[in-house]
Design a binder for this molecule. Sequence first.
Ligand SMILES: Cc1ncc(COP(=O)(O)O)c(C=O)c1O
Length: 389
Amino acid sequence: MPDYLKYKDSRLFWLGQDMLEKSKKYNSSVIFFSKKRFFDNLQNAFSLGKKIQVHYAWKAHYRNDLIDILNKMSAGVEIMSGKEFLDVTSAGMLPENIIFNGVGRDIKALHLAIKSGVKAIVVDNITELDKISKECMALQKNTRVFFRFYPFWNNHFRPTSFIKFEYKLGIQNKEELNEMLKIVYSNRFLELSGLSFHFAVRNSDGFLHKAGFDNITYFYRNLRNDFKTLKYISIGGGLDSRYLIERKGFSIRSLLGSIAEKADIMDELEELIIEPGRFLINDCFIGISTINSVKVLNSFNWYIIDLSTNFLVPRANSYFEVFPIIKKETSRKEAKFGDGICSSSSIIGNSLFLPEMEIGDKVCILNCGAYTQNLASSFGFELPEIIEI
Ligand SMILES: Cc1ncc(COP(=O)(O)O)c(C=O)c1O
């Protein structure tokens, strides 16, 4: 187990902190947050190279104090709606550091983005580009756009990824691209300044990002002759939690380093952008929960805990690891962790092989940062408090 999580004398330490000691004050479930870990993860992402710019995918976890850290590190955010725009700007993020992603945004959101001069509006369809074009004309305001691609539409290679061919996101044929280029040509306020893609999820080998980048480079080279303004490539988010990548013996450098070091194209680019959400935030949060009941079955035990799936939302690609805070010397048995909601989907951890535990024992749950608090609902149980440590 990496330094991130360690047992010392059978007690669990997270980022060097004794979880038993820390959790004593709390009678019910609680979530701990380490700001330092977010800072470290951000630094780690920047270590990819000189021209790397990091835009934290704000949707992964909303927390205003993250904006201070991002500003300190000269990082930006990637957002997807008018509401997110208002949230990040009122927390102190400058529009020039905002990449406004999305599909089918309303005119109010586009108006805000254009008027304030965001770094770029990412667009992947003709009708939305048409709206942007009319709005920047009406406001007489120069506006930078990135074209988002499904990067494999022009070849036979169709990797298995979370965004599939013919899904709603990304430019996917020549006709669509040509129509969009015509709109840019016809409006002096519109500037095509970047190309982007995002189609991976929980990637921890770098293959998909590399394949996507090689394809987007092809489009970049073709378009660059006509659009000298093209200066950015964004390879999106889609990396796994940092500690999980590192536990496999990899790093963000070993995953994406070969992209960041592509000398010829990097010389031409102003920035190579990454938009990590999960990688930056997931392992900055740890849940602490108590076992409320135990159901012993032949081949495994069910442990019902007091941290619920209303916070640890059991959506596709969520992955919550559970570790006992005290590692007992009891016999090991397969363990499943669920919550008190009467639903077949309210499972938190599955198929773990752990020392047997009893009512009142505490466990910690990893990966509580990404797509939890922002998707949480009040269904069934109270939401846990989040405490910075
Ligand atoms: C365009 C874009 N960038 C970045 C992200 C962040 O993804 P992740 O949290 O997997 O890094 C998303 C998530 O859906 C996205 O849609």
